[in-house]
Design a protein around this ligand. Structure first.
Ligand code: NAD
Length: 684
C-alpha cells in the first residue's frame, strides 16, 4: 500500500527538522511512529547532521494518540520504541511544541533532550480522563522534571498547562517568542544529549506528595486509572527506571482494554459527533462577539459569567435598577468564588468587568449579534419580551431562549424573525455545568443552529441538539427517572435506600438528596398548576406535596426528604411516618426492594425514556443522550451514559427491567424490549 507520508524531513544547515503532518490533530498514529523511527535512525547514522528538531505541521504538535487504534491490537512500532530510539540516538533531539502537545505527544517531547514551546502552547497528560495512564514513560519522566507531587497532580487531573507555567515547573526549557522553528533550530544547535530518564528525581517533600496523592484519590473516587497513575509515579522513586517503565506499560495495556476506558472513549467520540451538522448546513449565520443577556436572576447572572469567561462582550439587561443591582451582586459572588479557587486572577477579573455592560434600557442591545433571554419561566412574560426585542434589535440578531419547559415554537411565532430563534438551555450553575442543549424549533434555520453550536463550543460547553419537545432531552428523561423514584418510595423503599443504591451505582448524589438541594417548591408549583388537567389514569404520588405543605422545601428550609443539622443530612422519622400514611391511604403493602432492584428499575426508566425520545426524534443520536446524562445529571462518566451502559447488559436483565417498569407505571408509556434492542443494535 502506498501511503501519503505523514513526516516531512527538511534540513536547516546541520539540523534535521522532522515535521509531523497528520491532520487534523497530528495524532501519533502507527504510520507517524514508523516514519519517525526511521527518520531518527537516519539522523543517528548521518555524518552531516549534528542535531534534530521534531515539530508539528498546522495547528499543533501532537494532540494525542490515535484513539481509533485503541479498540484494536497494538501496532508496531509503539511509542516507547520511538522514544528509546531518540534516547540512544547519538545526536541531541529537541521537541518544538505549539498548539496542543498532549498525551503521547507530550510523552514524545519528554523523551527528547530538550523542549521549546511557543507562548500559546498547551501541554499535558490527559490519559486518565480516558481511563488509562500515560504508557510511554510520562509517569517516569515528568516527576524528574517537575517533581513527584506536581506529576501526581498533573497526571491524575489530566489538566492542561500553559507554556509559561510549564517553563516555571521545569516541564520545558524555553518559551519561544518569535518564529518557533528558527528558535528551535538555534536551540538544537546548542543542545547536548540530556535524556530525562537519566536525571535524578528532585527531592520531594513527603507532606506535599501525600497531599497530592490523597487529593487525587478523593477526586478520582474508585477510578482504577487514577490509582494506577499514582502507583506508577511512586514507582519512579522506588524502582530502577527500566522496571518502573515496564510496570507503567503493563498498567497502560491492562487499562486500555478496561470497560472504563471503553466508556470514556465512547464519550470522547460522542462529544465530537454531537452538534455536527451536514456540511451544507454548517455555516453559522454570523460571527458573534457581542451578546445580550436579559434577566440577571439565578440563570442570567451565571450565563453572563459564562459568556465573559468565553471572551464575549456582554450587555446585561434587567427590568429595574434594583433587580440589576441584585444581578450584579450575583455575578460578583460568582467572581469571588472563581478568585478564591484561583480560576481567575484579579487582572482577568478586571478585563472581564470591562466587557460587562449592565443596563435597564433595551436600546443598549442594539449592537448585539445574539441575545439570550433568561427571564421568568412564564409564557406571557416571554412573549411580551420577544415583541419588545424585535423593535430594538437589528433584523439579523439571533434570539435564544433559556426556557426549560415552554414551547419554543410559540415563542418563535411571536417574533418577526422566527428562523433566528432557538433555544440555548443552560444548566445550573450555568458557568460551571458543561451541558448545553441547543434547541431547534420548527422554524429555526440551519445557520441559526450552526451559530448556536459554534457559540456553545466557544463557551467550552458540550452542545447537544434537541428538538422542541416538553423538557427537551435531559429534563424529560430525568422526569421519568424521578417518577419511578416516587413509585419506589410509595411501594416500600425509603429515600435513603434509593439514594444509597444510586450512589453505589456511581451517581454523584442520590435523587432525593438532589431534590432537597435544588428545592422542592418549583416542582410543587408546576404540579399545582397542572393539577386541573392531570390524567386520573396516571398513577400520582402525593408524598412530595405533603412535604411541601409541611413547609419542608428542601435544604433551604432545613428539611425536605431529610432533616439537615450542622451541614449533615439526617434520616427523619417524620418523613418515614408521612410515607407510611400515604401508603396506607392507598392500601399499599410495603414491598422489600434490594439495591439491585432499585438500580434495575431506575436505570430501566432512563433507558426506556431515552429510547422513546430517540424514536420520536427529540434527540438526533443515542450518543447525544449519553452526553446529556453524563454532563448534566451526574450519571457516572466511567459507565459511558445510560445507552452505552445498556448495551453491555444481558438482554434478559433489560427485559425484566422494562417489565417491572411497565407494572409500576399505570398510564405511562414504557419502551418495549424490541424498541430498546433495535436502538442499541443500530445507533451506538
Ligand atoms: P429568576 O427568577 O432567578 O430570574 C429571572 C430574572 O428575570 C429576574 O431577575 C427578573 O427580574 C428578570 N426579568 C423578568 N422579566 C424581565 C423583563 N421583562 N426584562 C428584564 N428582566 C426581566 O429565574 P431563573 O431561575 O434564572 O430562570 C430564568 C429562566 O431560565 C427560566 O426560563 C427558567 O426556566 C430557565 N432555567 C432555569 C434553571 C434553574 O435551575 N433555575 C435551569 C435552566 C433553565
Amino acid at each position: 500500500m502506498n501511503l501519503t507520508p505523514v513526516l516531512h524531513v527538511q534540513q536547516d544547515g546541520d539540523v534535521a527538522v522532522l515535521i509531523i503532518d497528520n491532520p487534523p490533530i497530528n495524532a501519533a498514529s502507527a504510520q507517524v511512529r514508523r516514519e519517525l523511527l526511521m527518520a531518527i535512525e537516519r539522523v543517528d547514522a548521518s555524518d552531516d547532521i549534528r542535531a534534530a528538531v521534531i515539530m508539528g505541521q498546522g495547528r499543533g504538535f501532537i494532540a494525542g494518540s490515535d484513539l481509533r487504534e485503541f479498540g484494536q491490537p497494538l501496532q508496531d512500532p509503539q511509542l516507547p520504541e520511538v522514544i528509546a530510539a531518540i534516547e540512544v540516538c547519538a545526536k541531541p533531539v529537541v521537541a518544538a511544541l505549539h498548539g496542543a502537545a498532549l498525551g503521547g505527544g507530550f510523552e514524545l517531547a519528554l523523551g527528547c533532550d530538550g523542549r521549546i514551546a511557543s507562548q500559546a502552547c498547551l501541554l499535558g497528560l490527559p490519559e486518565v480522563t480516558l481511563g488509562i495512564i500515560p504508557g510511554a514513560g510520562g509517569t517516569q519522566r515528568l516527576p524528574r522534571l517537575a517533581g513527584m507531587a506536581a506529576a501526581v497532580e498533573l497526571i491524575c487531573s489530566g489538566r492542561r498547562v500553559s507554556a509559561v507555567d510549564a517553563l516555571k515547573s521545569g516541564m520545558i526549557d524555553v518559551v519561544a517568542d518569535g518564529d518557533l522553528r528558527a528558535a528551535a533550530v538555534r536551540f538544537a544547535r546548542q543542545a547536548c544529549k540530556r535524556p530525562v530518564l537519566a536525571m535524578p528525581i528532585p527531592e520531594a517533600s513527603v507532606e506535599q506528595l501525600d497531599k497530592a496523592c490523597s487529593l487525587a484519590l478523593s477526586k478520582g473516587r474508585g477510578r482504577p486509572a487514577v490509582q494506577a497513575a499514582i502507583e506508577a509515579v511512586l514507582d519512579a522513586a522506588r524502582l530502577p527506571a527500566a522496571q518502573a517503565l515496564s510496570n507503567e506499560r503493563e498498567a497502560f495495556q491492562r487499562l486500555r482494554s478496561s470497560p472504563e476506558a471503553a466508556a470514556l472513549r465512547h464519550l470522547f467520540f460522542a462529544e465530537r459527533s454531537a452538534g455536527r451538522l451536514p456540511k451544507a448546513d454548517a455555516t453559522p449565520a454570523m460571527h458573534v462577539e457581542q451578546v445580550g443577556i436579559i434577566g440577571a436572576g439565578t440563570m442570567g447572572a451565571a450565563i453572563a459569567v459564562a459568556f465573559l469567561d468565553g471572551g464575549f462582550d456582554v450587555t446585561l439587561i434587567e427590568q429595574s435598577p434594583a433587580a440589576l443591582a441584585a444581578g450584579l451582586e450575583r455575578i460578583e459572588a460568582i467572581h469571588a468564588k472563581q478568585l478564591h479557587s484561583k480560576k481567575l486572577t484579579e487582572q482577568d477579573l478586571h478585563q472581564r468587568l470591562q466587557r460587562l455592560h449592565p443596563s435597564c434600557a433595551f436600546e443598549a442591545l442594539a449592537g448585539c449579534q445574539l441575545v439570550v433571554e433568561a427571564v421568568f419561566e412564564d409564557m406571557a412574560v416571554k412573549l411580551e419580551l420577544i415583541k419588545r426585542l424585535d423593535a430594538v434589535l437589528p433584523a439579523e440578531t439571533i434570539i435564544a431562549s433559556n426556557t426549560s419547559y415552554l414551547d419554543l415554537d410559540v415563542i418563535a411565532a411571536a417574533s418577526a424573525r422566527p428562523g433566528l430563534v432557538c433555544g440555548l438551555h443552560f444548566f445550573s450553575p450555568a458557568n460551571v455545568m458543561p451541558l448545553l442543549e441547543v434547541v431547534r424549533g420548527a422554524a429555526t434555520t440551519s445557520q441559526t443552529l450552526a451559530m448556536a453550536l459554534a457559540v456553545g463550543k466557544r463557551l467550552g460547553k458540550v452542545p447537544v441538539i434537541a428538538a422542541n419537545a416538553f423538557g427537551f432531552i435531559g429534563n424529560r428523561i430525568y422526569a421519568a427517572y424521578r417518577r419511578q423514584c416516587e413509585y419506589l418510595l410509595e411501594d416500600g423503599a425509603s429515600p435513603q435506600q434509593i439514594d444509597a443504591a444510586m450512589q453505589a451505582f456511581g451517581f454523584a448524589m442520590g435523587p432525593f438528596a438532589v431534590a432537597d438541594l435544588s428545592g422542592l417548591d418549583i416542582a410543587w408549583r408546576i404540579r399545582k398548576a397542572a393539577a386541573p388537567d392531570r390524567d386520573p389514569r396516571i398513577r400520582y404520588v402525593a408524598i412530595a406535596d405533603r412535604l411541601c405543605e409541611a413547609g419542608r422545601l428542601g435544604r433551604k428550609t432545613g428539611a425536605g426528604y431529610y432533616h439537615y443539622a450542622d451541614e449533615k443530612r439526617l434520616v427523619d422519622p417524620f418523613v418515614e411516618t408521612l410515607i407510611a400514611q400515604e401508603r396506607e391511604k392507598k392500601g399499599l403493602v410495603p414491598q422489600v426492594f434490594s439495591d439491585a432492584d432499585i438500580q434495575q428499575r431506575l436505570l430501566g426508566s432512563l433507558i426506556s425514556e431515552a429510547v422513546l425520545l430517540l424514536t420520536q426524534n427529540v434527540a438526533q443520536q443515542a450518543s447525544d443522550i449519553d452526553l446529556v446524562l453524563v454532563n448534566g445529571y451526574g450519571f457516572p462518566r466511567w459507565e459511558g451514559g445510560p445507552l452505552f451502559w445498556a448495551r453491555r447488559q444481558d438482554p434478559q436483565w433489560l427485559d425484566a427491567s422494562l417489565r417491572a417498569l411497565a407494572t409500576a407505571s399505570q398510564g405511562i408509556a414504557v419502551a418495549s424490549v424490541e424498541q430498546v434492542m433495535t436502538v442499541l443494535a443500530t445507533t451506538i
